[in-house]
Unconditional design. Structure first.
Length: 117
């Protein structure tokens, strides 16, 4: 029920905006949940990189702090990840999720981001 999109091939220093629609999540649950973006590079574990809380507060991994911004639109039930100043080491498959869905072991389709040097 989570569909991430917006990935692609970009040069180092460029920007991308990822979107994730929680189409089957009812609005009240969307608003009360904590949402996250994760990424998984080849041969590495899937790591959380950005979190947005029901209050709108955010938290970021050190590797993306100051470059990436997570946001949400409750009316559209969509989570966004604005990625600026991209680096080759940002190359990965990016996934969104929520704490509720993760507790059920549910993951949606990710989107590939490739940053060329």
């Amino acid at each position: 029920q989570l569909q991430a999109s917006g990935g692609g091939l970009v040069q180092a220093g460029g920007s991308l905006r990822l979107s994730c629609v929680a189409s089957r999540t009812i609005t009240s649950v969307f608003n009360s949940d904590t949402w996250t973006w994760h990424r998984q590079a080849p041969g590495k574990e899937r790591d959380v990189i950005a979190t947005i809380y029901p209050t709108g507060g955010t938290n970021y991994a050190d590797s993306v702090k100051g470059r990436f911004t997570i946001s949400k639109n409750s009316a559209k039930k969509t989570i966004y990840l604005q990625m600026n100043s991209l680096k080759p080491e940002d190359t990965a498959v990016y996934y969104c999720n929520s704490h509720t869905l993760m507790s059920r072991g549910s993951w949606g389709q990710g989107t590939q981001v490739t940053v060329s040097s």
